[in-house]
Design a protein around this ligand. Structure first.
Ligand SMILES: [Zn+2]
Length: 206
């Protein structure tokens, strides 16, 4: 079974990471991982601008290095950015030293204290080391936009049922999601607005 909504008890096991925000503000947080990507990110930026939405982009350092003009556009259009490592390594597959080095290297390209671990996985030691310099942002609702075995209909139905104020939603601007995002996002923002929520970017201090 695929879990869209991260259960509250699971989030309590990892209190040193941010899973969602207070529900009192009636906003949700769209986040996009893995970009910038020349196929989908420019479309995404147009879409967000046309709909007056600000979001948070967890960028891969390698991609910022390859596509600096798209990264500059993300910032110029008022979105927030976060560090998603230099090479998108899975934390549990690399040493502490190598992991920290990847995040530090990415920080030369991405000016942010926000960090999201690739695949949402890293060791406890990696978490504690990064906590000294970064706010670790997870998510409370996973879109499965990258998973073709889950239909867009199912994703939208789940969004309708489960998204609540304060939720952090995760999508991906990478080559796997190019076609699906264009279908999912217009419907998703209708759902969120019908629930009476707005959109905000993640702004955090250490
Ligand atoms: Zn990622």
């Amino acid at each position: 079974m695929k879990i869209f909504k991260v259960p509250r008890f699971f989030r309590l096991f990892f209190p040193n990471k941010t899973w969602d925000f207070s529900a009192s503000e009636k906003v949700i947080f769209l986040t996009f991982d893995d970009g910038p990507d020349p196929q989908i990110t420019p479309w995404l930026l147009d879409f967000l601008a046309n709909n007056n939405i600000v979001a948070t982009f967890f960028c891969v350092g390698d991609n910022v290095k390859k596509f600096p003009e798209i990264y500059a556009r993300i910032l110029a259009e008022g979105h927030a950015v976060g560090n998603h490592s230099m090479h998108h390594q899975k934390g549990i597959n690399v040493s502490l030293k190598e992991y920290i080095k990847s995040v530090e290297l990415a920080s030369h390209y991405i000016d942010s204290i926000l960090f999201r671990p690739p695949y949402g996985r890293m060791s406890i030691r990696q978490t504690y080391a990064l906590r000294k310099k970064y706010v670790i942002i997870m998510w409370s609702w996973l879109s499965f936009d990258y998973e073709p075995s889950i239909s867009v209909r199912k994703i939208i139905a789940n969004a309708k049922r489960r998204i609540q104020a304060g939720d952090i939603l995760v999508f991906h601007d990478n080559s796997k999601t190019t076609d699906r995002l264009k279908v999912i996002l217009p419907e998703l923002i209708e759902i969120v607005r019908a629930k009476g929520f707005g959109f905000s970017k993640i702004q955090k201090d250490l």
